[in-house]
Design a protein around this ligand. Sequence first.
Ligand code: CTP
Ligand code: MG
Length: 585
Amino acid sequence: MLICASFRKTMASSFAVCRLHMRGRASLAKCLQKTDAFLHRSIGTDVVVAQAEATRSDESDEKNGRKSLHTLHVERQEQAERSVLISCQTSTNEKKFLKYLTKHGEINKYFFYESYGVYAVVEFANQESVASLLEGVAIPGGSHESAVPFKSRLLSLRNLGSVDSSNQLSGWQCQPQTTIPINELIKRLSREESIKKQISSLTEAYQLTEENSRLRFLVCSLLKDIATAYFPECTIKPFGSSVNGFGKLGCDLDMLLDLDSISGRNVKLPKSGLSLEYQMKRANSERAVTQSILSVIGKCVDQFGPGCVGVQKILNARCPLVRFAHQPSGFQCDLTANNRVAMKSTELLYLYGELDPRVRSLVFTVRCWARAHGVTSSIPGAWITNFSLTVMVLFFLQKRSPPIIPTLDHLRDLAGPADKSVIEGNDCTFVSDFNKIQLQSNTETLEQLLGEFFEFYATFPFSRMSLNIRKGKEQNKPEVAPLHIQNPFETSLNVSKNVNASQLDRFVALCQESAWLLQQSETSTPRGSGVGDEGAPTPWGLATLLLPSQVAGIKSRKKRRREPASERIKGLLESLKNKNQLKKS
Ligand code: CTP
Ligand code: MG
């Protein structure tokens, strides 16, 4: 998928393009009041107080240039509501297109991307403009098949007049919206002059862009329009890597159908006198309710959702979900309901990522390294997941001396009354006000941390110990599992329950190899002007760590015992040296 960098100056007078804080702080505060106390939801406490405190803490964080996830969600959801997604023809004239749209009102931002055709995301300044635009949209005709008359904000542009070849969409400069191939990345990193620069270059190349993030919220908003047919007050919110700050371009879109505004906010009954309550159908359990809601919404998405294909209802999973592909955006989507703990863990990961820039950089680097070696995969299986890997990085950063990030217990101790959150009996309370968190002064560089990360896990006693970010300490494993990482909120669960022994072995062997490679001057220093095949720079530092591994084929512990890791790594370095010598000669 490609996004066209389309912020042309031609229409700059009429469009305030690229304005991120579109309506200013006053309207944001108004918007915050209107919106549910998302993520600051307080079970058993006064929601109004929670909202007021959340707003205050958001204001002081914004002054420091840090936005809470709550604020981010509110802003993005509001932008998405004022946006439409239009499939365009490449012969479309950009100026005419914009002129046509501005008849309905001022445009705040627009951009184009490619995904099985060219699409435009157009964000109007006012919601009324969307309504005005939709009034003039025609129902498709002229096909043998009948259309399901479900109107949405996913539109197709038709050009009935003559084709103007000047200023066509196809001529625009496009930016990739999926990550660059690993070989490209290795080349790019090899040109950098320090490991620190390599890490920031990797983060830059992989992280979600502003446009991609907007598109994710727009897809949630389009799906919400389907779900509101049954539940008019519902919202659909992205969670997981789409919003936790660790998302890579092309990552899946995890969504939560939030019905809390209906079921979570009960009107207080008067002590005496008449009152009314809704008659509602009952099911055996909350899980059964979730399953039936997802089943119906899944069916609607399948049968009425424009652009939604390959819908699968996976309702018997621990966390029931509807999985589908949203073709116009290119996102693989997972829609869940009643999954509030996952939303809390998203908020926690986001908070950790905001505390210190090294957190995000290290997580991106380790995630990319893991993917390059097949430690993680997009297919579910016995692999370590990105979520587990992120928790491993957080645990490692808590174990530094002094720690780079605080423990979850410490974050809970700093929480105010508005932060209190208990979900299904699990204590999910932790502080949301960044200003209350005092960090210790750890000055380790990213280069040191990367090497230390690999050493830490190359020698971690996985067979006996469990990782616990609540305490920031390893603890005896409560149950048999090759890798045990305590779920931060549902503490009786192991987030890496799926991982088998051979996958853990590969991870450990790769950590040993990478730690060793970073200690070698041959691989840990820039290779100057050394140029390999077809003019490519000679890989060094982080780039070397992303090259195919010599130990990746390891199948079992037995095999590893027969051949000590250090010997294999020595062999690997020899082969690297030989390769380089061959290239130079
Ligand atoms: N989650 C959780 N417990 C798990 C697995 C997932 O709480 N055992 C939550 C986490 O908040 C996670 C989110 O669900 O971020 C989405 O899960 P998943 O898509 O597997 O992970 P992501 O973090 O989104 O990473 P990826 O980019 O691989 O999708
Ligand atoms: Mg995900």
